[in-house]
Design a protein around this ligand. Sequence first.
Ligand SMILES: [Mn+2]
Length: 318
Amino acid sequence: MNNENLLKIAKILDGAHDIAVYCHTNPDGDTIACALSLYHALVERGKNVDLFCDGEIPEKYAFLQGSELFRLPEKGVHEVGIAVDCSDLERLGGASKSFLTSKKRIAVDHHKSHHPFAEVYCVDTNAAACAEIVFELLDSMNAVDDVCAELLFAGIVADSGCFQYPSTTAHTHTVAARLLQHDFDAADIVYRVHRKLSPAVFALKQRVLGRCRYFSEGKTAIITFFADDFAATGTKSADTEGIIASVIDIDGVEVAFAVSEVGDKNFKVSVRTKSYVDASDLASVFGGGGHERAAGCRLNGFYEDVVDKLVKAANDRL
Ligand SMILES: [Mn+2]
């Protein structure tokens, strides 16, 4: 991490009165937590702060203090604009114009694909969550209080899969340990951010996991979300998130596919691999991509043909 840039950012924020904080589109727990902790810390210091996000805050994050204060991007020039967890200008969506009108522009991010778009930026690609970097920033300003600690902890839990993804480092745990010295209910945050699910999503999970299919002598497993499943449970495609984790966790399974029927003969496929198959390479067979252990692609055709193609691609790599 570039501490010099972090100190520079702290100085700019300290000297400014009128600040706008920007999240990325389809906001996740990390970008929301970073923005809200900055908001809280800066307001505590008497700053005038606006929170902008081109997109709705997911219901699960509505409990975070200040989440109701996000507004859609609007006109108005701020002294300083700071974007959190955004890898490039496009990630700000409709808020990019507003960001560009800020007199001074700052970015704090942790994406490997970060493409510099701000005058002053701090990017640490080793951070499991952008919240780790925002912690360093606020800590250098002596601004981390109980509210900031709770928010930043939520951001880290969200982006590290509750300290489970390979991106989790000793530094992630060190920051978490510092945050846990504050007064907030960490177990409650873990429940709300990482484990909580609605009865509707539980019903969806129950239907779909009950029909899990095995191939390649148990090394490949496929679950399928048919349009009927969404209709019967009152859920939508976005609710499938995370369900595949239960499938790749099965002992012996090396490749897991979650196939979602998103249209007529149109399927969205999530790929997870356990130890030696490259998920992004597998997804690339069908024009998709992603990371080594998690990737995605889209396939058209009859359902059984889609399954055959996926199983064959998996077999070629097992
Ligand atoms: Mn992030």
